[in-house]
Design a binder for this molecule. Structure first.
Ligand SMILES: [Zn+2]
Length: 126
């Protein structure tokens, strides 16, 4: 790994196609929404489950089910890019592509791989 995943900075906001988006990192996203991240182009918001363990307890027909996950730094980066790809595709009106989770997953993994393997000039000469 060329690039330390701990050094990746998730933005708290960014602008895309002239609109401002906010990114929140939350304790209980997995617990309440059963996912690692969400993207909402209408609300201009990305939500991410924070790094660490998370648990979701659900009940179906009186049977309790417990799901446990551990979000690593790599998973957080990949999820950020995954949700960003949803936002970009939605903003471009490419709804069908955005609904293709396999495609969006591959994009998220691709961006993570590029970030982790990136090498840089020691100092950028002007
Ligand atoms: Zn998705």
């Amino acid at each position: 790994v060329a690039n330390d995943p701990k050094k990746f900075r998730i933005p708290k906001e960014f602008t895309l196609f002239g609109s401002k988006y906010i990114v929140t990192i939350e304790d209980k996203l997995f617990e309440t929404e059963s996912c690692y991240g969400t993207a909402d182009d209408d609300l201009k918001r990305i939500r991410l489950q924070k790094v660490g363990p998370a648990t979701r307890i659900s009940e179906e027909d009186g049977v309790k089910h417990e799901a446990n996950i551990i979000v690593t730094d790599e998973v957080l980066i990949e999820t950020f890019y995954h949700e960003l790809c949803h936002i970009i595709l939605d903003a471009l009106g490419e709804e069908e592509l955005s609904l293709n989770e396999k495609f969006v997953n591959m994009l998220g993994k691709s961006f993570l791989e590029v970030y982790l393997s990136s090498n840089y000039e020691e100092e950028k000469s002007q």
